[in-house]
Design a protein around this ligand. Structure first.
Ligand code: SF4
Length: 730
């Protein structure tokens, strides 16, 4: 019955980055970002991509008399098409922020006391190397763990490989998109990928389930969405909270938190029963309709209405609207899918609903990213990837989880529990105290670690508890290896310093190279410029060309091949889109998504929801002076007006979040009708304890003190939204 059954190994490979192939000079068309005006005296321009979030918008820095004066979006960079958001513009405030880490630091007092001494780079590198070599001798090479996120993450990933440890985690996987990518890959044979391939501009109908595209924003994606709205797309937005994306929608549906899967399953059932799905597509390209049909029969729209608290007629209307627009419609696969610990099956339901629309590789639906293929040089020569068992269970306890990206949540628990002798922790560009589901677990892990090294630009909460802090140059002060991205076209982006480092800081690659050498390893690290030159030469380009253009589009393939008559390939066991998942079945999981009701808050509790606001990224930008000014340094807690009234809380009151013996710093109550009565909402990233973040230390609530630390049984990814809190007046 199943043709072309593929192995789990091949599936896992399919969830990772695409391979490389040779490209010719003629494949590069010079169309992007050219600075047309001659530079006046005292004015220079430097090309870069924004690092204030991870969308990597192309930008040109205008430097006047040696100072960065303005950041401009590169007009033809496909990531952002000339635009930068507020965070992107505030990169200047980050560069010139006196709160930045300015010299290497070694801890002198108790962890968390904030007592450090400034040292030279030579001293810091020697100290780290000696400590690490000592730990390795005592506990073995697997004693080191890494949590890394950002453009320099590969430098530390390679360093950990050199040091012989497999315990490498990129937290954006388990803490953000891992469950989503696994759920999608189980269905379609490949993950969603870092930049979601949804064609908003041509969509006739768009459904978003908690994907707050207007606030957890990425420029190119937002531009597409706004264009889609302007082109007449019918937007259905589902969320417990009426936010800025809801304000753009034709139909907003307030949902009881935790019940999204019930809604999607009922829509699937309705569409199958009414036979309004894309029959031709489903018959030709999907596997398991019969099993799916029988499985979802119990999920009626009436039942879903009771569970979700959405009127039944609205559920039916949403299903019909999508089917009327099919195949030029999509249901967004989501971004941070770490909600209730059952997120892989939630995404499976979304993927199945999309499949019923037949929107694959079709305008207005899911497009096929067009990669720019070329041979990538290796930054580190003679690098051997470590193929040992990991402490987080990726590849073993969680057989489908990526062993290259790891499970940061499970790794942190493993360190805290010390079932493995994990004694040396490296942290690069991320902040476990804010991105893990339990700060208690992080605190335990820190206590259990003998040595913690953090490479950062700010004194984050995690840096505050580290033994050594290695200050990184900001993206406006350094070169980085050229990156390539696949969207509707494939393109490369170039980064060069706009100014020399203002302080005694280094780029991640140089730090990793120095550490490797000091530890006695022989691997040769390429210089970043040497790497870029080699890569550019293979494309018939040069640094000079990139300095002029910044971003270059080199591949203009067809993002809608199915609509053009080209048959798609699905790297699933059946070779088709798997409504019924053979791989889940083989592994003993439910091959079809079911609704599991999450735990619910008690009558006097609220479910804590958190997320991004349009002017901050994760826990990285909260101390930025320009961005803080946008909200007068106030942190709002959204609370339902009926619930607030019962608690005697009025709009603007100071309130605290409590759970057990934990109590947050005061927040400002934002009392609204349009948040579900079960939930309160906090903007992510505040409540820092580090005194090194002088503007926001002790400001607002740290959501991670109150979130849940669930584990999705399939992906191993985290689930944060089963944390229940009480709200009291400050
Ligand atoms: S979306 Fe904003 S913060 Fe993110 S890369 Fe683009 S300009 Fe920078």
């Amino acid at each position: 019955m199943i043709k072309n059954r593929i192995s789990r190994r091949r599936f896992l490979q399919g969830t990772l980055a695409t391979g490389a192939a040779a490209a010719s000079l003629s494949s590069i068309s010079l169309i992007a970002g050219e600075v047309s005006q001659p530079a006046p005296t005292g004015v220079t321009y430097a090309q870069n991509w924004c690092e204030m979030c991870f969308w990597k918008c192309g930008l040109t820095a205008k430097v006047v008399d040696g100072k960065v004066h303005k950041l401009e979006g590169q007009k033809d960079c496909p990531s952002n098409r000339g635009k930068l958001c507020a965070k992107g513009n505030a990169g200047i405030a980050q560069l010139y922020d006196p709160d930045r880490l300015q010299k290497p630091l070694i801890r002198t007092g108790e962890r968390g006391s904030g007592q450090f001494k400034e040292v030279s780079w030579d001293e810091a590198i020697k100290y780290v190397a000696e400590k690490c070599n000592g730990l390795k001798e005592k506990y073995g090479s697997g004693t080191f763990s890494l949590f890394a996120h950002g453009s320099g993450e590969h430098a530390f990933v390679d360093l950990l490989h050199i040091m012989g440890s497999p315990n490498i985690c990129i937290p954006s996987y388990s803490q953000c998109t891992g469950s989503r990518d696994i759920g999608w890959a189980l269905t379609y044979g490949k993950p969603v990928g870092g930049k979601e391939p949804v064609d908003s501009e041509n969509a006739k109908c768009i459904m978003l389930l908690g994907r707050n595209i207007a606030e957890a924003l990425h420029m190119g994606e937002l531009i597409d969405f706004i264009n889609g709205c302007a082109n007449g797309a019918y937007v259905i937005y589902v969320d417990p909270r009426y936010n800025k994306t809801a304000a753009k929608a034709n139909k907003y549906m307030m949902i009881k938190p935790g019940t999204d899967t019930a809604l999607v399953l009922a829509m699937i059932n309705y569409i199958i029963v009414k036979e309004i799905y894309n029959k031709e597509f489903v018959e030709k390209y999907t596997y398991g309709l019969e099993e799916l049909s029988a499985h979802v029969r119990r999920y009626t729209t009436k039942w879903a209405s009771e569970v979700t608290e959405i009127p039944e007629k609205d559920i039916i209307e949403a299903a019909v609207k999508l089917c009327e627009a099919a195949p030029n419609c999509y249901i967004h696969p989501g971004r941070r899918l770490t909600r209730y610990g059952s997120d892989t099956q939630f995404v499976r339901a979304i993927a199945i609903l999309n499949a019923l629309m037949g929107n694959w590789e079709t305008p207005g639906g899911i497009f096929k990213p067009v990669p720019l293929k070329f041979d990538t040089p290796h930054m580190v020569h003679d690098l051997e990837k470590v193929d040992a068992e990991r402490a987080d269970g990726a590849g073993t306890e969680f057989p489908i989880a990526s062993v290259d990206l790891g499970l940061a949540n499970k790794m942190m628990q493993a360190i805290a529990e010390q079932k493995h002798p994990l004694k040396g922790m490296f942290v690069y560009g991320c902040n476990p105290f804010h991105n893990q589901g339990s700060t208690d677990v992080v605190a335990k892990a820190i206590e259990a670690s003998e040595f913690i090294v953090t490479c950062e630009i700010y004194m984050t909460d995690t840096a505050w508890y580290s033994d050594v802090i290695l200050p990184e140059s900001t993206y406006l002060e350094r070169y980085d290896p050229i990156i390539s991205t696949a969207r509707k076209s494939g393109y490369i982006q170039f980064r060069e310093p706009a100014v020399k480092p203002l302080h005694d800081t280094l780029g991640a690659w140089e730090i990793a190279a120095r550490l490797s050498k000091a530890m006695g390893y022989q691997n040769h690290f390429m210089d970043v410029r040497e790497y870029n030159t080699e890569l550019l030469e293979s494309l018939g380009l040069s640094e000079k060309v990139m300095q002029k253009h910044g971003s270059l589009v080199g591949a203009e393939g067809d993002p809608f091949p199915l609509a053009s008559g080209i048959e798609p390939e699905f790297h699933t066991p059946s070779g088709k889109i798997e409504l019924f998942s053979n791989m889940l079945n083989d592994l003993g999981y439910d091959p079809l998504p079911s609704y599991q009701a999450p735990p619910m808050p008690k009558a006097d509790e609220f479910r804590l929801l958190f997320g991004r606001v349009s002017f901050h990224t994760h826990a990285r930008t909260q101390n930025n002076e320009w961005l803080l000014a946008l909200h007068h340094s106030e942190v709002e807690l959204w609370i339902n007006s009926g619930r607030a009234k019962a608690l005697g809380i009025k709009n603007g009151d100071k309130v605290c979040v409590t759970k057990g013996n934990k109590k947050s710093n005061p927040c400002i109550a934002k009392v609204v009708d349009h948040i579900h009565r079960d939930a309160v909402f906090l903007p992510h990233g505040f409540g820092s304890v580090s005194k090194g973040l002088t503007r926001i230390s002790g400001v607002g609530a740290r959501d991670s003190d109150f979130t849940s630390d669930e584990t999705d049984p399939i992906s191993g990814g985290a689930g944060f939204h089963n944390g229940f809190v009480r709200i009291v007046k400050a």
